[in-house]
Write a protein that binds this ligand. Structure first.
Ligand code: C5P
Ligand code: MG
Length: 211
C-alpha cells in the first residue's frame, strides 16, 4: 500500500484545470492559536485575497454529513492530520469555484505528505509561506480563552495538536525556509501589531485594494 503521493505519481491525475487557472497561493502556517485565522481576515480586507482554512473546510465537511465526516471528526478530536487526499480535494474544489485568483491557504500543508501531494496534484507552489511564530504558552492561553465551540480546544487535544505541530508541521516550515520561501513574523503581540509586520511582507508583492 503506497501513500497518496505514490498513488498520484502512478495515476494521470495532474490537476490541469487549476494549473490553467493560474492562481497565486500564499500558505499561512503557525501553531494552533498562533492567529492564522485572525491575520488572514485582515489580509483579505487589505489585499483582496480569498481565505481558505483547511480546518474550516474539514469542519464544514463534518457538518455537511459527507461520507468522510465521521473519520474527519475523529481525527480532529484527536489532533491528527486528515489524509491529504481528503483535504486537497476540498482545497481544489474551493479554488476552482471561486473567481478570485489569489488565495490564502491557512493551516495547510500540515505535514510533508500534505505538501508533496498538493504540489503534485495541483502543480501549485506558494508565492511564499507566512509563518506566525508564537510561544506555546501564549497559544495555549488563546486556545483555552477563545470560545468557538470547537471540540478540539480542550487541554488534552491542545497538547496533542502541539506535539503534531512540532513533529510534523515544523519540518514543512523548515523545508520552505531552506528554499527561501518563509516570511516569519513574531505573532506573540497584539493583533494590529502583528498585522503591521504581515502587511509589510505582503506589500512587497501585492497591491492594496480600495486605496
Ligand atoms: O487549522 P485548524 O486548527 O483549524 O485545524 C484543526 C484540525 O483540523 C487539526 O488539528 C487537524 O486535525 C485538522 N487538519 C488537518 N489537516 C490540515 C489542517 C487541519 O487534518 N491540513
Ligand atoms: Mg484556524
Amino acid at each position: 500500500m503506497g501513500s497518496f503521493v505514490d498513488q498520484v505519481k502512478k495515476s494521470d491525475l495532474n490537476g490541469t484545470s487549476l494549473a490553467e487557472k493560474n492562481v497565486t497561493v500564499v500558505f499561512v502556517l503557525g501553531g494552533p492559536g498562533s492567529g492564522k485565522g485572525t491575520q488572514c481576515a485582515k489580509i483579505v480586507e487589505t489585499f483582496g485575497f480569498t481565505h481558505l482554512s483547511a480546518g474550516d473546510l474539514l469542519r464544514a465537511e463534518i457538518t455537511s454529513g459527507s461520507e468522510n465526516g465521521t473519520m474527519i471528526q475523529n481525527m480532529i478530536k484527536d489532533g491528527k492530520i486528515v489524509p491529504s487526499e481528503v483535504t486537497i480535494k476540498l482545497l481544489e474544489q474551493a479554488m476552482l469555484k471561486n473567481a478570485n485568483d489569489k488565495f490564502l491557504i491557512d493551516g495547510f500543508p500540515r505535514n510533508e505528505e500534505n505538501r508533496a501531494a498538493f504540489e503534485l496534484v495541483t502543480g501549485i507552489s506558494p508565492a511564499f509561506v507566512l509563518c506566525l511564530d508564537c510561544p506555546e504558552e501564549d497559544m495555549e492561553k488563546r486556545l483555552l480563552g477563545r470560545n468557538q465551540g470547537r471540540e478540539d480546544d480542550n487541554i488534552v487535544t491542545i497538547r496533542k495538536r502541539f506535539k503534531v505541530f512540532l513533529e510534523s508541521s515544523l519540518p514543512v516550515i523548515e523545508y520552505y525556509d531552506s528554499i527561501g520561501k518563509v516570511r516569519k513574523i513574531n505573532a506573540a503581540k497584539q493583533v494590529d501589531e502583528v498585522f503591521a509586520d504581515v502587511e509589510s511582507v505582503f506589500t512587497k508583492l501585492f497591491k492594496k485594494i480600495n486605496v
